[in-house]
Write a protein that binds this ligand. Structure first.
Ligand SMILES: [Zn+2]
Length: 506
């Protein structure tokens, strides 16, 4: 009703107000037959212009807010807790049944317009990251853009800087980190490795902000480091060391590899670190919030194992054997460019190789004409040499990497059958890419993944000999850098078989 009406017809206005009041009582009361309520003096609380409730005493609310501010100041160890500046309290007439507790009002305020403290919002943007994920994780293409941006609240810039450094130090030694930070580049004499590039593959922005206290605010670098390494907390737990445990057994029991256990437990790194009974170890699936990229230039001497060749001398009886030439291993000096993401090799390429000492094969002369029988243990290497093992068989990122990744020999380089056998599958899938599967007898299978194309060399049912070319190294399927993913299985792969570590066969 407007003022004019009120002044012109005061009695009518009063009656009208009374009806209205009765109406309010009626609707607000749960029990229609409740006792008559007497109006009392109270205070109406507004937030951003909206009424959020009625309280008996404004002082009680102010005291409560002060108490909460004190608690928050203590919790975060800060001098100021900011309350929303659009809270208004006005005297009003109300009824006992409509009164809210101040705690209730505080909860409503905190939900709609929380108290804040000064700090920083850290925005980690991986939208343009080129190393977002790796082979065993999801396909990068299928991850929505929004998932590539993470926002974290931190109380202090230094907390983030220190945690970021700790994450980087999970993948690189302190010495290397300091050298790189201080622009000290060592020159390689003969062999060794130099870090050419070390960076976090994300755009990280720190913004001054008023942080809402009802959101997670990181106040210690330890807690933030854990978050940056493991992502959401449920990925992480604690393991208590038992008698007889080794780093290897703890890793295996928790579906991790040893390197991952060391990443998660900085205190275990270093030569003096020993496990003791009752020790608590952080375990879980690593899922770093950002990717740490290390590009290295590496020169190493690789030993080339000599092979044994047999010559047959028909002038000699079967059973005769003599060594015509003693074998000796060769040495190749191999220059490599390696890009590691979160401690895993993502791409590797041999840029140069130099023979330091030639390999000399052993030659044995046998009597009589005998076929060369390959024993169960005699497997040929499936790529050219030299090569780089870019990922070993075993647990990584919480999944079993069921083969060995071989790279360095370049895109399109040949892939050889590791042993004589019959081709059982030639196929393409979105994750495996173009692959070949061979059955070798004695229940052994081998698989060769990520080839350039479906094999133009062999067909299903073909018999292949050891060392026969069966494909070209590529990066088809779910792959982040040219390599051969090579598997050996006892039993049919994914058909009741068991994958084995291929390196045990060589
Ligand atoms: Zn692989």
């Amino acid at each position: 009703m407007n003022k004019e009406n009120k002044s012109s017809y005061p009695i009518l206005g009063m009656i009208f107000a009374l009806i209205l009041s009765v109406g309010i009582t009626f609707f607000n009361s749960n029990n229609v037959f409740s006792k008559t309520k007497t109006p009392i003096e109270g205070y109406k609380v507004y937030l951003k212009g909206d009424a959020i409730g009625l309280i008996k005493s404004d002082k009680e609310l102010y005291d409560y807010i002060n108490k909460m501010q004190d608690q928050l100041m203590k919790k975060y160890n800060v001098n100021n807790v900011y309350i929303p500046n659009d809270i208004k309290v006005e005297k009003d007439i109300t009824y006992e049944s409509n009164i809210s507790t101040v705690a209730n009002i505080y909860n409503i305020i905190n939900e709609k317009s929380p108290f804040t403290i000064k700090g920083y919002k850290v925005v980690i943007d991986e939208t343009n990251s080129t190393s977002y994920d790796n082979e065993t994780n999801q396909d990068a293409e299928t991850i929505p853009e929004t998932d590539k941006i993470t926002t974290i609240n931190v109380l202090d810039k230094d907390i983030f800087k220190e945690a970021e450094k700790k994450v980087i130090l999970s993948f690189v030694s302190e010495q290397d980190f300091n050298d790189y930070s201080n622009d000290i580049r060592k020159t390689l004499i003969d062999t060794g490795e130099v870090i050419e590039n070390l960076y976090v593959d994300a755009k990280i922005t720190l913004i001054d902000a008023y942080l809402p206290v009802n959101e997670k605010i990181y106040t210690t670098e330890e807690e933030l480091t854990e978050y940056l390494l493991f992502g959401e907390k449920q990925n992480m737990s604690s393991y208590t060391v038992k008698g007889g445990d080794t780093l290897e057994s703890v890793a295996e029991a928790n579906k991790m590899n040893v390197n991952e256990v060391l990443i998660a437990n900085a205190n275990l790194r270093g030569s003096s670190a020993l496990l003791y009974e009752g020790q608590n170890i952080t375990v879980g699936v690593l899922n770093p919030i950002f990717q740490t990229v290390k590009e290295i230039h590496k020169v190493e001497d690789q030993e080339i194992a000599y092979k044994t060749e047999y010559e047959y001398d028909n002038t000699q009886y079967v059973g005769y054997q003599s060594t015509k030439q003693h074998g000796s291993n060769g040495i190749n000096r191999v220059t490599q460019k390696i890009k590691e993401v979160n401690g895993e090799i993502m791409t590797a390429l041999i840029s140069n190789q130099q023979e330091i000492r030639p390999v000399v094969n052993e030659i044995i002369v046998k009597g009589g004409r005998q076929p060369h029988i390959i024993s169960a243990g005699n497997w040929g290497w499936p790529t050219n040499i030299p090569y780089i093992i870019s990922s070993h068989y075993g647990w990584r990122w919480g999944r079993l990497h069921s083969g060995v990744d071989i790279s360095g020999t370049g895109y399109g380089s040949p892939i050889y059958a590791a042993k004589a056998g019959t081709v059982t599958e030639i196929n393409y899938t979105g994750s495996l890419g173009n692959y070949v599967e061979i059955y070798h007898g004695d229940n052994y299978y081998s698989r060769y993944l990520h080839m350039v194309t479906l094999s133009p060399y062999v067909h299903v049912g073909d018999h292949v000999t050891m060392g026969q070319t069966i494909g070209d190294m590529g990066c088809s399927g779910n792959c982040y850098g040219t390599h051969l993913h090579f598997e050996i299985w006892q039993g049919k792969p994914y058909g009741g078989g068991q994958s084995m570590n291929p390196l045990l066969f060589y």
